[in-house]
Ligand binder design. Structure first.
Ligand code: Z5A
Length: 209
């Protein structure tokens, strides 16, 4: 069986970290060899670019700077981690990928979607995730969940920013069949059961070829 590329997406507070664990447990139980990684990040240099992107600078950060930092990190991540793993037949579980760029920089920052699409095809070529689990949650629910934690530069954005981000994800989901939308407003155990189910179904399909 060849490698498969699984991504998880969702706004902050949707429970991504928790549910990436669930995907990885399901793969381990199925005896699948995988690499767990994240974006922005996944290599030492890409993690440094992540730090630069999320840092609260004393100057404002231009949306284009943010966009190019994300794609610079992605180029490094693709060439050092994602492509080699897939080429070796390993599965890749990635916490966020380019759908996040469309949602946050495209819809959130209102950058030109055609320019994003051009960068996507330049940096990734034909490569797309095989399945994307999108954890959908209303911004007010998400806000309550992360109220207690220290916030990075993105997390301090206003509610209307996150309303646009959510719309960005929903529009991407309607355009790409690989998306599975999971209602992450439900209690955690229910969300995890759904994530487990979707992952198991995907493994079965992959095994059938
Ligand atoms: N970003 C970007 O702008 N452009 C890009 O191209 C990419 C990324 C790739 C960092 O991402 C930032 O980068 C992110 C988008 C931007 N910024 N923002 N804002 P990240 O993925 O590393 O950061 P994050 O969104 O903060 O991720 P996270 O911490 O993994 O997500 P989370 O959804 O908040 O996960 P959690 O820690 O599992 O859950 C949060 C809390 O809610 C926790 O206490 C859980 O126990 C609780 N929880 C989770 N699920 C439930 C349910 N169902 N019920 C009740 N409570 C729950």
């Amino acid at each position: 069986m060849s490698g498969r590329f699984i991504t998880l997406e969702g706004s902050e507070g949707a429970g991504k970290s928790t549910n990436v664990d669930t995907v990885c447990e399901t793969l381990t139980e199925a005896g699948i060899d995988f690499v767990r990684t994240r974006e922005p990040g996944g290599t030492p240099m890409a993690e440094a670019l992540r730090d630069a992107m999320l840092h609260k600078w004393d100057e404002s950060v231009d949306g284009i700077t943010e966009l190019l930092l994300v794609f610079a990190a992605r180029a490094q991540h693709l060439s050092h981690v994602i492509r080699p793993a897939l080429a070796a037949g390993r599965w890749v579980v990635c916490d966020r990928f380019t759908d996040a760029t469309f949602a946050y920089q495209g819809y959130g920052r209102r950058l030109d979607l055609e320019k994003l699409a051009a960068l996507e095809s330049w940096i990734q070529g034909e490569l797309q995730p095989d399945i994307t689990l999108y954890l959908d949650v209303a911004p007010d629910v998400a806000e309550q969940r992360i109220a207690a934690r220290e916030k990075d530069r993105m997390e301090v954005e206003r509610r209307d920013f996150f309303v646009r981000v959510r719309q960005g994800y929903l529009d991407r989901a309607s355009e790409h069949e690989r998306f599975e939308i999971i209602d992450a407003g439900n209690p955690l155990q229910e969300v995890q059961a759904e994530v487990r189910l979707k992952t198991s179904e995907f493994i079965r399909r992959a095994r059938r070829g």
